[in-house]
Design a protein around this ligand. Sequence first.
Ligand code: ADQ
Length: 613
Amino acid sequence: MRTKGRLVLSFAAAAALAAIGSHLIEGVPAAHRLTAQAVLVSAVAVCLVWWNVVAPLDQMAAWLKAVRLGAEGRPPAPDPAGLLGPLVHEVSRLGQSLSEAKAAAEAEARLRAAGASEWTPERLKAEVSRALGGRPLCVVANREPYMHVRRGGKIEVLTPASGLVTALEPVLTACGGTWVAHGGGDADRETADADGRLPVPPEAPRYMLRRVWLTAEQEEGYYYGFSNEGLWPLCHIVHTRPSFRPEDWAHYQAANAEFAKAVLAELDGVREPCVLVQDYHFALLPRLLKAARPDARVGVFWHIPWPNPEAFGICPWQRELLDGLLGADVLGFHVQAHCNNFLETVDGALESRVDWERFAVQRLGRATLVKPFPISVDAPPPPPAGAGSAREAVRLAAGVHAEFMAVGVDRVDYTKGLVERFRAVERFLERNPAYVGRFTLVQIAAPSRTHIKRYGDLNAELDAEAARINARFAAGGWSPLALRRRHHGRAEVLPFLRAADLCMVTSLHDGMNLVAKEYVASRSDDDGALILSRFTGAARELPEALLVNPYDVDQTADAIHYALEIPPLERARRMAAMRKTVREHNVYEWAGRFIAELARVRVREGGHARALV
Ligand code: ADQ
């Protein structure tokens, strides 16, 4: 329309010019009138051509030159409404595509240059998209990242206190895709569509959450029973006897089949999909997925330790669990020792060939690669200005009337060594009376698996120990232990990490332990000391922490004393070294390395996956 308008306008102007010219020509002697008319016609034609052709071409040339030279911002495009409008339009789109391609190439070059040391969400997104050829990611985990619960007549969204959620949420936020999880919140059904789907994060959706519904009996048997009273103590070796009940095992099988159905529905129509199965709740899922979709790349990450073959062998269904896991193309653990334990378990329990050179298992004509991928955390947001006063504010708000504050952040779980931690504080005060009245441990404790008796007993034991120790030392409004037992949001935990003189991680056994890394990542002031159990995966990456055997109460008590009296330069040196490790090996690197390994697997549509090695 605009092109037509401009043409009509230019012809109207030309007609007016011609009319004026004709009027003037009437005064010209007859002998020269023909020449005058020719001059007039040429002048009008030149004007028309200049306005409709030459000027737009000039503008277009100037604009293309600007694009070629990489002018900042959006180059001025010529008005596409002239005679050459369609051509101008096409050329400007071509120019735009060129500048976009140039920007993408520059971004990629920047990422590659930065890649030597640091992983970012942008880099992960670019690498995953390249590795998977743009295919979406599908993550399967029991725990959902957003849970809807009813509180006082209102529906609230909760992010569960879980290491797995902490690690995977930033990955899916960066890459997009689908997270398949058990819908465990009492308002989960009404906040999802008929298929259990809803876009998340709720405030700015980046990926899809697909909720799977389980019956109360299934949840009881599969989650509380087989997973958390069987596999959890079995793998942690913390002297809590695992319970293996046939009815729990039946529910575990049924729940794995239920999840397989939901995942397969999500994969419908996606060629060579990539599925990341998370944790010990889904040992049977890889085999089920691979049987139905041989073209799928299936990776499993086992977030907890893998014990030695003798310990694992007490599980009556160890062969079924191993067979299920070996349906995966890649199986990841936090550390090499857990990979070795797994390979030794397979070696002794199944007909298979363990390739110790490549750390892979060959079985039924295909291979599973078994490798360590130490999980990590994301960098926290920068601290607010005036962090010094924020530190005092945190202490006062927490009711801590002490000069020195330690912090612990854990799910209330018998693997986390909470009772041992409290006893170490008691021993520290016994041995160092000068600190009585001056030191408090704030223990942020998220209730967990309260349904299981052992966890209920632990809560009671913690309360009793805290009360006993506080009664022994408390005076004048001060007490050595401040037990805050409720769910805290991430934003609530961070100020405590930043304000604490030291952080205590005393797990009796832990796959990795993300709290240790969160504490380090939060200390942009290079201050603070980390007391870390040597039985965590994190201890292998953070040797500059004050490493302790949490069963040795005296040693942990001495570590508290050392952490408080360590020369400031030494404390800063240790923290700076740990911060470098966590910065360079963050959760984006973990996901990037795992997915890259999986993307290298060659699969065959309609057949069995080909051998990897
Ligand atoms: P978890 O046993 O859940 O994880 P951990 O690695 O310590 O243990 O992660 C817990 C997460 O929950 C952290 O992000 C922490 O900040 C948060 N959290 C804990 N208590 C909280 C509280 N009271 N309030 C709010 N947030 C709280 C499992 C394995 C670990 C492994 C992770 C990841 O047992 O060994 O490191 O998965 O793979």
